[in-house]
Design a protein around this ligand. Structure first.
Ligand SMILES: NC(=O)c1ccc[n+]([C@@H]2O[C@H](COP(=O)([O-])OP(=O)(O)OC[C@H]3O[C@@H](n4cnc5c(N)ncnc54)[C@H](OP(=O)(O)O)[C@@H]3O)[C@@H](O)[C@H]2O)c1
Length: 306
């Protein structure tokens, strides 16, 4: 069996690769990146690293040859993703791959206001019409985002705001998304044409989650219930581009296009993320991490800034 992983140099791809290496021989892995040097350590372990770019269809097809199943990790390039993912799906079929596992998003409905949701919806449609076997992993909002990325500033400022109203979400640990993906890939034939809701074990409002973080940090953090226009003004004042710029989501800024972030909050407010499943436990045999556990795992980094 040959398992191909796109986006293998990224954070999610590395987590999934590390888990798969505990389940299958390294020689069964084909890891894709535009920059093979990034994955030198995996090459040393015996995995095959191939150069591939979703913007280069012929090269992508060559890179996919010999694979049985491909994990298509959605790219971050808002606006270009449907084209990139379509190229990858067609290349997979032309290369003889039989099954594609796709990392989608929670709340995939035609009416979603979320820009990324619309792109995932379109990609799911292309995949389901492709004639390939598929498994779709609809990942909920990463539970890590608040404790890892947003809490340091919230503690420093004593406040944080969202325009999600009373909308609910079951935040999921990124590590659990990786666990589910690795399990599906290692046993992909048992997940043929399944669509899974990859969520945490409990629904919360954003206010609930901030209140929990405030309690854990022992710092008062005022939750602001913002309008979408207020939130947009905050992003604009921070100088965050409304459109996606290649490379904008990096370790320093952690910013995505503000149009995407605002429409994601709209989707939460309108109930598109109000989905809580037990699919992680069903797929992996272990329950999903609670939000409280994910907070606990990241809170050491808050202490460092005090
Ligand atoms: N659920 C949530 O809350 C949430 C939040 C944010 C993101 N996400 C999703 O999380 C997933 C992965 O995130 P991550 O943290 O692993 O991202 P990351 O660390 O930034 O990695 C991005 C990966 O995409 C690859 N890539 C980008 N453009 C490419 C192209 N044109 N051709 C081939 N590969 C390309 C990169 O490969 P090279 O540069 O090596 O070629 C890299 O491996 C994405 O599916 C994203 O949509 C989910």
């Amino acid at each position: 069996m040959k398992i191909v992983i796109s986006g293998a140099s990224g954070d999610l791809g590395r987590k999934i690769t590390a888990l798969l290496l505990q389940q299958v021989p390294a020689s069964e892995l084909i890891l894709l990146t535009r920059h093979p040097a990034k994955l030198a350590a995996a090459t040393a372990l015996g995995a095959e690293v191939r150069k591939a770019d979703f913007d280069d269809a012929p090269g992508l097809e060559r890179a996919l040859r010999g694979g049985d199943v491909m994990l298509l990790i959605s790219t971050l390039s808002i606006g270009k993703r449907v084209q990139q993912h379509t190229t990858a799906i067609h290349a997979a079929k032309a290369a003889g791959i039989k099954h594609v596992v796709y990392t989608s998003s929670c709340g995939i409905q035609p009416q979603t206001p979320s820009i990324s949701g619309k792109e995932h919806y379109a990609t799911e449609h292309v995949l389901q019409k492709s004639g390939l076997h598929f498994t779709i992993l609809r990942n909920s909002w990463y539970a890590d985002v608040i404790p890892q990325l947003l809490m340091p500033a919230a503690i420093a400022m004593g406040t944080i705001g969202f325009s999600t109203g009373n909308g609910m979400v079951a935040p999921v640990a990124k590590a659990d998304c990786a666990r589910a993906a690795a399990s599906v890939l290692a046993n992909y034939r048992t997940h043929t044409n399944a669509i899974y809701e990859i969520t945490g074990p409990q629904l919360f409002t954003l206010a609930d989650m901030i209140a929990h973080c405030s309690t854990v940090s022992r710092k008062p953090i005022v939750y602001q219930n913002l309008s979408h226009a207020d939130k947009q003004a905050i992003f604009d004042a921070m100088g965050i581009s409304r459109d996606y710029q290649e490379g904008m989501m990096n370790d320093t800024t952690n910013a995505w296009a503000s149009d995407e972030m605002i429409t994601y909050e709209m989707a939460i407010k309108q109930g598109f993320f109000s989905i809580c499943s037990r699919h992680i436990e069903m797929i992996t045999g272990q329950p999903a991490l609670s939000f409280a556990k994910v907070v606990q795992l990241h809170r050491a980094s808050w202490d460092q800034q005090e």
